[in-house]
Design a protein around this ligand. Sequence first.
Ligand code: GLA
Length: 687
Amino acid sequence: MRWPRGVDGLCFGGDYNPEQWPEETWHEDVALMREARVNLVSLGVFSWSAIEPRQGHTTFGWLDRVMDLLAENGIMAALATPTASPPPWFGLAYPDALPVWPDGTRLTHGSRDTYCPAAPAYRRAAVGIATALAQRYAGHPALAMWHVHNEYGTTCYCDHVAKAFRRWLRQRYTCLEALNEAWTTAFWSQRYGEWEEIGPPRATQYLGNPAQLLDFRRFLSGELFSCFSEQRAVLRELTPQVPVTTNFVFGDWVPVDHRRWAEDLDCVAIDHYPAVPGLPAAEHTAFHADLARSWAGGRPWLLMEQASSTVNASGRLVAKRPGEMARHTVAHVARGSRGAMFFQWRASRGGAEQHHAALVGHAGPGSRVFREAVDLGALLGRLAELDGATVEAPVAILWDAEAWWALLGPGLPSPDLDYLGALQAAHRALLRAGITADFAAPEADLRGYRLVLVPSLYLTSDQGATSVRRYVAGGGHVVVWYSSGVVDLDTRVWIGGHPGAFREVLGVRVEEFHPLLPSDSLPVVPDGASAAALGLAAAEQLTGRVWAEHVHCAGAEIVARYTAGQLAGLPAITRNEYGEGIAWYCSTGLDEADLARLIGAALARAGVTPPAGLPSPPSGVEIVLRRSGQIRWLCVLNHNDEPCSLPLAGTPFSAGSDLVTGSVVTTAAPDEAVIVPAGGIAVIRCE
Ligand code: GLA
C-alpha cells in the first residue's frame, strides 16, 4: 500500500487546527498552503470538543467544510482521531476514567492527555469517536491516512490499571511462583500469595522492585497498543484502503516500545524536537531519524512533527537559523523519511502552546520562516526521487527499549549510568566519521553489518546474548561497553562474573565494579602496538570516567590498561578473537575523543570506511548515501558557518547533478572539489 493515499512525492505540511480560527482564515490558509506546496495536513488532532461538544451530540459541519476545502485545493488530510484529549464533559461523566498518579492523586480536566488508558469508559468513547469519523469521511477525497491519537504515552496507576496489569501478569507468568521467582520477591518479604495482592508500582516507602517496574512499563506498552489497535480495527473495517498510523513521541517517560509497535504498523511516524540548538541539534536529528528508519525495518517512515524553532526542555524557544529548518528536514529525508511535517501550520492565538513556533507565525506569512517554508516545499519536490531508495548503513548499534527502561530502574550501582547518552555518543562518533548506522534489536540477524556497537545494553536476554555470540563467531566485529549484559530479562544479575551475557564472546571476566565519582577520572594507557591502532602518539593516554571495573582476561588480549588507583596495571580495554570474528570490550566511560579513537580502531579493523570510497567528511558536515539500482545519491549537509569542500574525484560522484541547485557536478581532476555553501545542502545524483 502506498501511503499516504493520494500524495505523490514527499509529504510536506503540518498539524492544521482550523477549529481555532474563523472560516475566512481557512481560505487564507489553503491559499498559503498552495503557495508553499503543502500536500498533507494532520487534521483534527485535538478536535474532540469541537466535534462532540456535548456527549452524544456531534457537530461535523465545520470539519466537512474543511475537508471539502482541502480536497478542492488538492491538499490531503492525515485525519486524526482526537482521543489524546477528551472534552471537559468526559471527565465529569466518567470520573473513574481520569488518570491517577502513583501517590493516589486523581487528575482533573484542564490540559490534555487526561485519561486512563485502561478505563472501559475511555476505551468505549475513543472507539466511538473513531467510528463516527470513519463513517463520516469514508470515501472523502481528502482522506489520505488515519492519524490515530497523538503521541501515546499516558501512564495511570488507578484500579482499572491494577486489574489490567494483573491480567497481563497472569498471561505472562501463568503461575504466581513464576512471578515470585522473576521478581525475586524473596527479597524484602515481597512474596505474593494471591494475584489480588499485586498492584501497579504506586508510591511506596523506599526503592521499588526493579522487575515490577520493568513489567509495568512492558504492560503499559501493550495496553496503549491495545488502545491503538481497537481504533485501528474500526478504521480498517470502515475504510480498508486507508493506511493507519500514530505519531511516536520519544522520552524516558514514555512507556512505549516503539520498535515492537513498529512491527505492526502500516507506517512508522515520529515527532522530533531537538532540545538543543546548533550542531547538537543536527546530531540529535540524525540519531532520531536513524532510529525511525530502523524501527521501520528499513522501509520509508514519516517525520510527522518538527518545529521551525528549537524547543528546549525548559520550554525556551531558540529560533532556528536561516537554512537550519531545511537542513533538519533534508537530514530526515536523507535518512529515509517520506517527507517532513511540522507542528504546526499556523501559530495559535491562545492556549498553552500559543508561543510555539509554526510555519505561519503570529506575524503572518510576511516572515523569514514562511519564505523558507515556501522554498522548502519546492526543494522537497526536487528530492522526491529519493523516496524508497535504500540508506547505506554498514554498522549497527544495538537498541532495546527494555534495556533502557531497566537502566532507569532503582538501586543501580551508579546514578551516572546513561543508556541514551551512551547510544548518542556511539552514534555521534560514527556520524562524524561519515558512517551511517542502523539501530538493531539484539536478537536480530546481524550478519549484514560489518561492525556492531553495544553501548550499555544493561539488560540482555538469552536470545540477545546468543545472537551477538553467533554474529561474532561467524566473522562479525563487535564493541561492547561497560554496563552491558549485566542482568537478564527479569533484571536478575547474570552470575559468575560480569558481563554475564557477553563473558564468553569477550573472553573476559569482571570481578568487581568500580563506579567513579563525577569528579574522578582514570588514565588508561594502550599496550604495545595498540597505541598506533588508537591513533595515539607514544606518550599519549586515554581518559576513563564514570565507571571502571576489575577485569580479568580469560582469552582476550589487553588493548589498554588502567595506570592509577586500585586498578593500576589491570585491563581497561580488551580485544578477543572469537570464532571468525573480533569482540572488543571497554570497561570504562571514555571521553568523547577517546571513544571516537576506539570506534575508529574497530572500524579500521572491520574494514569499514565511508561508503562509495568517499572521504571522511570535514567537521560539522554530514553525509548520507542512498541507492536504488544503479542510481546513487550523496546527501551532504554543511552545518558550519563556512563553505565546505568535498574532494569527490575518484568516487562515483565525480560526475553527477545536484538536485538542490540543479547544477552539473564534475570533479574529475584530483584538485577539484564540490563546494557546499555555509549552512547549505547538496544532494548529488550519479548513475
Ligand atoms: C508534541 C505534540 C504537539 C505539540 C508539540 C509541541 O509533539 O504532538 O501537539 O504539543 O509537541 O512541541
